[in-house]
Ligand binder design. Structure first.
Ligand code: ATP
Ligand code: MG
Length: 354
């Protein structure tokens, strides 16, 4: 069995030559055996953070510890980490099998064991028939799977994945995602996985870390970041279609609070003042007494549900409605909000727990 390890980041920061502050003050512990996903928009510092853990980038400030020992000055090779990049760099002159064996050969793993490990992993990844081909004779998706296999056969202490499924088509990506997850459930190697795809983050992670502009916004289980986003950014980033936001204010009179905006009025108790409410499209429902009147612009039937895009008091809203005939442009729908599904944010965008 592979050794496993925790990874501790203490106030990690990275300033590139030229002055870009790519990562700032990130503190995070990835537990032994955990599958942690770093997610955030392009340029938020995900790859930089991962590359610092791998030792491929110097840390400007803070410390990184693997299995309890600080590794800031430890060379990448000595960290016992396997990294899979978006741009998998396979050796072009070697077959898939040789590519996968290469790291094991360097570590003097006996020939028979190399063969067994490579064939087992190739089977799991569905690339057995490709083992004797060179990368030039494979599709991008096949090469990506070989690159994954090359990391997996090494049985490192920690896996680092940087968007390893991005070159696969949608169906294969979903399939490989499930395969990675079940592999992790079997082997349990500590894994840190970078993606900008919130769905991939939610489906793969034991915990999800949402990043923005080099900062950690929130760290929690997939259900935590979905049901209790720390702020408006996380709320808008996690979940698809994106959460609807309605800006307005809460006004109280005689103990009765109302959220007031151009688009809607909703009973809602204080505190008084500027407030943004957030409602996920899947939490809007047809309700003839509901507070929202949506004028339909576009219907997008998905089969089990229809995404209805429309306007309400000049505001664009999206509702995901189940089991309805797709409404037509110009139709007016009365919508209510499922109980307990409304989110609230203060003027700074911080969540207000209700
Ligand atoms: N070698 C470098 N030199 C200078 N700046 C860099 C370098 N690499 C990245 N950056 C900058 O650091 C910031 C973070 O980049 P990083 O690659 O970590 O983002 P990312 O979250 O991985 O984005 P993506 O999803 O697009 O891969 C960006 O502003 C980027 O332009
Ligand atoms: Mg990146």
């Amino acid at each position: 069995m592979p050794a496993m390890a925790s990874v501790e980041l203490q106030a990690i920061g990275k300033t590139y030559p030229g002055g870009t502050r790519a990562v700032d003050g990130c503190t995070l512990t990835i537990e032994d055996g955990e599958f942690l996903v770093l997610v955030g928009p392009s340029g938020c510092g995900k790859s930089t953070l991962l590359r610092m853990i791998a030792g491929l980038e110097d840390v400007t400030d803070g410390t990184i510890a693997i299995d309890g020992s600080q590794v800031n000055r430890v060379a990448p090779k000595q960290r016992d980490i396997a990294m899979v990049f978006q741009n998998y760099a396979l050796y072009p002159h070697m077959s898939a099998r040789k590519n996968m064996e290469f790291g094991l050969k360097l570590r003097k793993v006996p020939r028979d064991e190399r063969r067994t490990r490579v064939e087992e992993v190739a089977g799991q990844l569905g690339i057995t028939e490709l083992l004797d081909r060179r990368p030039g004779a494979m599709s991008g998706g096949q090469q990506q799977r070989v690159a994954l296999g090359r990391a997996i056969v090494r049985q490192p202490k920690v896996f680092l994945f940087d968007e390893p499924l991005s070159n696969l088509d949608a169906k294969l990506r979903t399939q490989m995602r499930a395969e990675l997850k079940s592999l992790h459930q079997r082997v349990g190697t500590t894994s840190i996985y970078v993606t900008h795809d919130q769905e991939e983050a939610m489906t793969l992670g034991d915990r999800v870390v949402v990043m923005r502009d080099g900062h950690i916004q929130q760290c929690g289980s997939p259900m935590e970041v979905y049901t209790r986003p720390a702020n408006r950014f996380v709320a808008g980033f996690i979940g698809a279609p994106t959460m609807n936001f309605i800006e307005g204010r809460i006004e109280s009179q005689g103990g009765q609070g109302t959220f007031v905006s151009d688009a809607v009025r909703i009973d809602l108790t204080g505190p008084d003042g500027p407030t943004t409410i957030g409602i996920r499209p899947e939490h809007l429902v047809l309700d003839e007494h509901g507070p929202i009147e949506l004028i339909v612009n576009v219907s997008e039937p998905l089969g089990d549900a229809t995404d209805v895009v429309g306007t309400c008091g000049g505001l664009h809203l999206v509702a995901r409605l189940r089991r309805i005939e797709p409404p037509r442009p110009g139709d007016r729908l009365r919508l209510g909000i499922e109980d307990g599904a409304m989110h609230r944010f203060d003027a700074d965008g911080t969540s207000i727990e209700s």
